[in-house]
Design a protein around this ligand. Structure first.
Ligand code: SF4
Ligand code: SF4
Length: 132
């Protein structure tokens, strides 16, 4: 893979914000527990919530999006537990090669608006939720 065509340090953390569910598995809990020097059970209680049958990271209010991941730093817009982040985060956006679709949108809109600070708010909704 060549040079990455996205730069998370020049982004606002779409991937951490627009998905309601960042899944957390046993391995992720162990990693988070090690990072905070607590037990996996404590990490589960402190940082996760149930979404249907899944265990996912908790979310918090955000300055740009309605909500974001509990671990997104509001000032840097970067992950505050980068080395201990769950596998789901580690795998994104690796499967889409050297690009990140949200970074492309960000750059596209900044060019359209002729404003290098412009931030389009992107939202992902599952169709059943829209129809409810
Ligand atoms: S949306 Fe893409 S560019 Fe932005 S932080 Fe996430 S991976 Fe990085
Ligand atoms: S753990 Fe870090 S990388 Fe993963 S969603 Fe939360 S802030 Fe983003």
């Amino acid at each position: 893979m060549g040079k990455l065509k996205y730069d998370c340090t020049d982004c606002v953390g779409y991937c951490c914000s627009i998905y309601d569910r960042v899944d957390v598995w046993k391995k992720d809990l162990k990693r988070l527990a090690r990072h905070f020097d607590i037990t996996p059970a404590q990490a589960k209680k402190k940082f996760t919530r149930k979404v249907g049958k899944y265990t996912a990271l908790k979310r918090k209010e955000d300055l740009i999006f309605e909500e974001t991941c509990i671990f997104l730093d509001q000032t840097t817009r970067l992950c505050s537990v980068y080395d201990a982040r769950p596998d789901t985060c580690r795998e994104w956006p690796v499967h889409s090669g050297d690009r990140c679709v949200y970074y492309d949108i960000l750059q596209f809109e900044r060019k359209q608006q002729d404003d290098e600070d412009y931030v389009p708010v992107v939202e992902i909704k599952v169709l059943e939720e829209v129809e409810e």
